[in-house]
Design a protein around this ligand. Structure first.
Ligand code: DCP
Length: 544
């Protein structure tokens, strides 16, 4: 690794059994008990259950979406159904997710995740990556500590929770080395790791949540390491350990190679590990994938990743979705309209909450659909099925116009797909601009754009000009955005999850790809904040 890359310290922080921790915090009687969070019963009577209502249903046969570590010790696993899980652990406590608008309501988890981000942001640049994970750039704090350390980085406060890749004698051995044994960048890394341990302790002290982390010189390695030791632990990746860490790593495990491009690499080169990719001559990569992809792949396989942690604690989009399983797939417009109305209600609430908290308003409405065509089997979330997205101006942040405009987009799309069945509907609001201030401004926002007077427009523009400058041109309601390039060439949000194919940054910005414009995506192409709002089965790329 070049020395310049060693001057940066990045961590990936991931909450442990997150939904379960949130539930235990809300109901301390669950503390120490084996517990899991189950999805609502999609075939039952889906009444609204508020977070504060009793939600422990120990006889539930719902699917587990989060499993606490006490229950994992008894063999309970995510995706098990309640009946099977109880065979492993008779005393298992099952908490059902709150529901509203005919679907799961993730608000309590989302808000808890935000509180964690607030704490992490005190000492780092923080980029929220999903409902329970974020990347932090802790370089400045690490440098401050290094300067104060007189060359001997202090041990993390909880050394037994800290692991160092390639270091058999544990963290103590790595920290307590003789002067001459420290390699380039390692002292800074050690100081960063101690800072991350402090932040984790702070999260525990203030919120009661445990989290795990990976600490490295870049995002890819930090992400790889964060899951190595869980719960309540962290793993440090010195540059010297990178090659052995990647040597046997399956290619799809690398953050950007989890999708179709990873599969293409494995099949075209007849290889399966990152180590093999690293050994592939660059000339061969160039012949198969073109010069720029080859260069990028080559550096990626060596464990380099120049992607910066972007300061972003707010999501780029607000979104919600619902899956319609099997015979429940939607195949007529009244049903689609009904569900767009339900999703619209959730979106409306979230837009209003977000506006109050963050003084911003979205401009773009996107409806995404996963669909089958009659007689052609079911959608496979891995990409064998079909998906489509259509966007238009968000003319009003209210459920009814949202549902109407989204329906217009769906109808336009459906004209080309006779026999369509929708297995998922997903709404997103994105492309935020600063919310106008003043008494009449909400009313003004509610007017169609074309109806805004020049005076109004000028005032709004002054409030939101910075963000607006980066926003793509927004088509009027009901009129879809121009066709995007093929998914292989686009990143849903380069700001969070770079595409496996690097598009020049400018073109990504110009396309406004912060919006969840989903075409034929693969796992690593989805904006994690968008992903986090998807129905749970889709979040994990399982068939609904
Ligand atoms: N989640 C979900 N559906 C899934 C997987 C996860 O709704 N199929 C939710 C519940 C999880 C949360 O997302 O608590 C975070 O997912 P993680 O993959 O980070 O898993 P956990 O935090 O539950 O556990 P771990 O400690 O293994 O990270």
């Amino acid at each position: 690794m070049e020395e310049a890359h060693l001057n940066r310290i990045v961590a990936h922080v991931d909450l442990d059994a997150f939904y379960v921790q949130v539930e235990v915090q809300r109901d301390p009687s669950l503390k120490g008990k084996p517990a899991g969070v189950v999805q609502y019963n999609p075939f039952g009577d889906l009444r609204t259950i508020k977070p504060e209502e009793p939600r422990i249903f120990n006889d539930s046969n719902g699917s587990l979406i989060a499993v606490g570590y006490e229950a994992r010790a008894s063999g309970v696993k995510r995706s098990m159904r309640g009946d099977e899980a109880r065979k492993h652990c008779a005393e298992l406590q099952l908490i059902q997710v709150p529901t509203s608008h005919g679907k799961a309501d993730l608000t309590i988890y989302r808000n808890s995740g935000s509180k964690v981000v607030d704490i992490l942001s005190r000492k780092s640049i923080c980029e929220r990556a999903s409902i329970d994970e974020c990347y932090i750039d802790i370089t400045a704090e690490a440098q401050r500590r290094l300067t104060a350390s007189s060359g001997q980085p202090a041990m993390p406060i909880s050394p037994r929770q800290v692991h160092v890749c390639g270091q058999d004698s544990g963290a103590q051995g790595w920290w307590n080395r003789a002067d001459q044994d420290w390699g380039p960048g390692e002292r800074l890394l050690a100081c960063g790791a101690a800072a991350v341990a402090d932040l984790r302790a702070q999260v525990l002290a203030e919120l009661g949540y445990t989290c795990s982390a990976g600490v490295a010189h870049n995002k890819i390695l930090a992400k790889l390491a964060s899951g190595m030791h869980k719960p309540m632990q962290q793993t440090v990746v010195p540059a010297a350990a990178t090659a052995s860490l990647l040597h046997d790593l399956p290619i799809p495990k690398l953050r950007q190679l989890g999708g179709k491009f990873g599969e293409e690499i494995m099949s075209k080169l007849n290889i399966s590990t990152v180590g093999q990719l690293a050994q592939t001559p660059i000339s061969k990569l160039e012949a198969l994938f073109g010069d720029s992809d080859a260069a990028w792949l080559h550096t990626l396989a060596q464990g380099h990743d120049a992607d910066e942690v972007k300061p972003r604690t707010l999501p780029n989009s607000l979104s919600c979705g619902k899956t319609f399983r099997g015979a429940g797939a939607l195949n007529n417009f009244p049903d689609v309209h009904h569900w767009l109305g339900q999703l619209g209600l959730e979106l409306e609430e979230r837009i209003q909450t977000d506006r109050a908290a963050n003084k911003r308003l979205p401009q773009l409405l996107t409806v995404s659909m996963w669909h089958t065509v009659a007689g052609k089997g079911t959608v496979d979330w891995r990409g064998n099925g079909s998906s489509a997205s259509r966007s238009c101006q968000l003319r009003s942040p209210q459920a009814a116009p949202i549902a109407d405009d989204a329906l217009a987009l769906v109808k336009k799309w459906a004209a080309d797909y006779p026999g369509w069945h929708l297995t998922t509907l997903f709404l997103a609001a994105s492309n935020f601009v600063a919310a106008p201030t003043g008494g009449s401004t909400l009313a003004r926002f509610l007017k169609p754009r074309s109806a805004v007077s020049q005076a109004d427009a000028d005032e709004d523009a002054s409030a939101g000009k910075v963000e607006a400058a980066d926003a793509p041109a927004v088509p009027p309601p009901g009129q879809e955005t121009s066709k995007l390039p093929p998914s292989r060439l686009l990143s849903i949000s380069s700001a969070i999850t770079p595409s496996h194919r690097k598009v020049p940054k400018r073109s990504v910005d110009q396309l406004g790809l912060d919006a969840p414009l989903v075409l034929d995506h693969s796992e690593d192409q989805l904006d994690p904040t968008v992903l986090a709002a998807l129905p749970s089965a889709m979040q994990r790329f399982e068939a609904p």
